[in-house]
Design a protein around this ligand. Structure first.
Ligand SMILES: [Fe+2]
Length: 111
């Protein structure tokens, strides 16, 4: 939907996520099929999307190189919370990149 709440039929939602073990498909060639955890969805005539997926897991980012230096300098840990990433785009609108995070501590599916 647009920023004013108007549905956007034909909008595209690009989705990608790690698997329940915290790995993306590109990190496990030969283990996960290419494209696993990824999808492109087109909104229906009412601007709706839907899909089913697994709950991803948190994972650590690499701590070597400049990212590791940044983490050390800012006192932050390397773990990212479980999340699914999205790019929503529609003709005439600026694409939006965002993510949804999961609170796995409170998620009954993970307890
Ligand atoms: Fe991620």
């Amino acid at each position: 939907m647009s920023s004013d709440g108007t549905p956007l039929p034909g909008a595209v939602l690009d989705v990608w996520q790690a698997n329940p073990e915290g790995h993306y498909d590109v990190q496990q060639p030969g283990v996960q099929p290419a494209g696993s955890g990824r999808g492109l969805f087109t909104a229906d005539e009412e601007g709706r999307f839907w899909f089913r997926t697994c709950v991803p897991s948190p994972y650590p980012i690499p701590t070597d190189g400049p990212v590791g230096e940044l983490l050390k300098a800012t006192g932050r840990h390397p773990c990212r919370p479980a999340h699914i990433l999205f790019i929503a785009s529609a003709e005439g609108h600026t694409p939006v990149t965002t993510h949804a995070r999961f609170d796995l501590v409170r998620n009954p599916a993970r307890s």
